[in-house]
Design a protein around this ligand. Structure first.
Ligand code: C2E
Ligand code: MG
Ligand code: MG
Ligand code: MG
Length: 290
């Protein structure tokens, strides 16, 4: 009986795995169709100076609303696209769209675009960035590329060469999700990055009693300052979290306390009166049950 039970468990497992694999393949097919039909959009979330409430830049975030399933998060479909060359197409589309949208914003406002590691090290990436800048007419310093520590898992000679090319092009670079990945602080010392983005996991709940995250936030801010980089606190939702990250010296805040990502039409409407400020609002305190 015990053999049978084990056999049964084994079968159950493979069915599960097969289900997961076919779900991924199916998601990939639908994603490919959606790209084909131009159904993938960008929305823009502001990065705000918490001392003045002025918008300094917007991060472009992919949005996909599937006819049957509704909104599908990039956290779910980006990994699927990355297992395939689809990420190259989606990434190039995002770059081109973000650059051409940003030329219609006030000049002081920059645009940040996420770049997957696979896209970053692919030969010709510099050309794709240069082409997006040229087609849109966006000044290179207004474009910031966000990459994660996963790029450093690849061939470091290749990675360094890409950094040099991009620097020559005049675009800026941000290190995203800092503190959660393959972090060797050595990667910070070659001065590639203009910004460090403190991962949400250090921000969420940071006002809870006894939480060590405020210490981590302060340490990252100090490290960034010493190396001449700006810091962004991501995922700020409550007013007390905003107060904390501001007090700890974060240069910029990105989070629902200022705004979620909004469509380009809403970005344009927001600036129609010439003002670039946003007012924070949210629950007064972080609540663990949210
Ligand atoms: P990310 O680059 O770290 O982007 C920040 C994510 O945090 C976004 O999720 C944003 O909507 C969410 N967020 C911002 N503020 C708050 C907040 O206060 N509370 C909460 N709960 N969430 C907040 P989103 O749009 O679902 O994107 C998830 C991830 O997908 C991104 O993380 C990025 O890694 C990836 N992604 C999105 N667009 C692209 C893209 O064009 N290319 C690539 N390669 N990856 C992308
Ligand atoms: Mg990002
Ligand atoms: Mg991030
Ligand atoms: Mg993140």
């Amino acid at each position: 009986a015990s053999k049978e039970a084990r056999g049964g468990t084994f079968c159950f497992f493979t069915t599960d795995l097969r289900d997961a694999a076919s779900k991924t393949a199916e998601l990939g097919d639908r994603l490919r169709d959606a790209v084909e039909r131009n159904e993938i959009d960008l929305a823009y979330q502001p990065l705000v100076d918490p001392l003045t409430n002025e918008v300094k830049s917007f991060e472009a975030l992919l949005r996909w609303v599937d006819g049957d399933e509704g909104a599908i998060s990039p956290a779910d479909f980006i990994p699927v696209a990355e297992s395939d060359d689809l990420i190259i197409r989606i990434g190039e589309m995002a770059l081109r769209q973000a650059c051409s949208d940003a030329v219609r914003w006030p000049d002081s406002i920059h645009v940040a675009v996420n770049v997957s590691a696979k896209q970053f090290v692919r030969p010709g990436f510099r050309k794709i960035v240069a082409a997006a800048l040229e087609a849109s007419g966006l000044a290179p310093h207004r474009l910031e590329l966000e990459i994660t520590e996963t790029v450093f898992v690849g061939d470091l000679k290749v990675v360094d060469a890409v950094f040099e090319e991009l620097k020559k092009l005049g675009v800026r670079l941000a290190l995203d999700d800092f503190g959660t990945g393959y972090s060797s602080l050595g990667y910070l010392k070659n001065g590639h990055f203009n910004k460090l983005k403190i991962d949400q996991s250090f921000v969420r709940g940071c006002t809870e009693n006894g939480d060590i995250n405020p210490a981590i936030i302060s340490a990252i801010v100090a490290l960034a300052k010493a190396l001449g980089m700006e810091t962004v606190a991501e995922g700020v939702e409550a007013m007390d979290e905003l107060a904390l990250v501001r007090e700890r010296g974060a240069d910029l805040v990105q989070g629902f306390v200022y705004s979620p990502a909004i469509p380009q039409e809403d970005v344009l409407a927001r600036f129609a009166d010439g003002s670039i400020q946003v007012t924070p609002s949210g629950p007064p305190r972080h609540r663990a049950d949210r």
